[in-house]
Design a protein around this ligand. Sequence first.
Ligand code: F6P
Length: 359
Amino acid sequence: MRKLAVLTGGGDCPGLNAVIRAVAKSAHQYGIEVLGIRDGFRGAVEGDFLSLGLRDVSGILPRGGTILGTTNRDNPFAYVTKLNGVTQTIDRSDDVIRNLKERGVDALLAIGGDGSLKIALEFVNKGLSVIGIPKTIDNDLMATDQTFGFQTAVDTAQEALDRLHTTAESHHRVMILEVMGRYAGWIALYAGVAGGADAILIPEISYNINRVALSIQQRAKQGKKFSIIVVAEGAKPLGGEMVVERVVSERCDPLKLGGIGTKLANDLEEHYGMETRVTVLGHLQRGGSPNAYDRVLSTRYGTAAVDAALEEEFGVMVALRGRDIVRVPIHEAVDKLKQVPLTDPLLLAARTLGIEMGD
Ligand code: F6P
């Protein structure tokens, strides 16, 4: 093993730089050279590489974002290109393989969530030596107990809930916090419990608006004239659909979600006369410095990926199982999304606490 390339794909999240640093530092210990690829698979297609030495990663451990850049577009297998003024989708995966070969890269480390790891798996099937590293604030990847970035996003959402509490109480209002989580409600559930929410609405449980309103009315009867609701962006009302802000066809997942918080607020105001305000936390959850937990997890993932490369075990993703970092086939991570099971211990604890889950 002489040379590795590393890329970050999909939406960014806290801890990406910590992984890149760990990869560069541990590879250096073993005398392995590391190349970075700019802007995820776009750079792999276009041959946009840079050298990643110790100096390049110095000081980046606490930094949010990714020094390599990223994108949630530009799938090499369906690469959107303009040819003679006409937009076309072409397979440019061979260009990626050629670019890596030309630079003498022995293995590719792909740091990404569901979308990027699906692309990584297609490259594995084409014979490329790939190791995946699980990233996403949504924590919705199977085969790992946790993705890095999730805990920091939960911290951010919990802090927002603490702030909303004081203003909700002062004004006797219902406050809604819309958090990320397209198909899985992990952020909403963890932040909601940590931030003392009264209702938590997640994509896995379609909510009944009457139940949500009733729980707020019951609190009011007990003298609690304010309520806090956390809603995941992918949550939907019973018999209804997810709220899509717009469809962006070039994205790997074309649905740009957003607006469920406002819909919920409008329903509570119009049908139940509850004064309600909405805060959409949005990309604040993705930005900023990783917390200590995510710095440690990212660092462990980075070193474990280099170890796997040294042992020439490819087609795998490094994953957290209990306290251990293990290797699992990439397909196990992407075959299915990891949603919150209805038997999840924290979900059950939330119910025991009397938190309204909308069902
Ligand atoms: O997958 C992570 C995620 O944060 C989702 O929760 C969210 O829907 C999406 O990224 C937003 O992506 P973008 O930055 O492209 O709008």
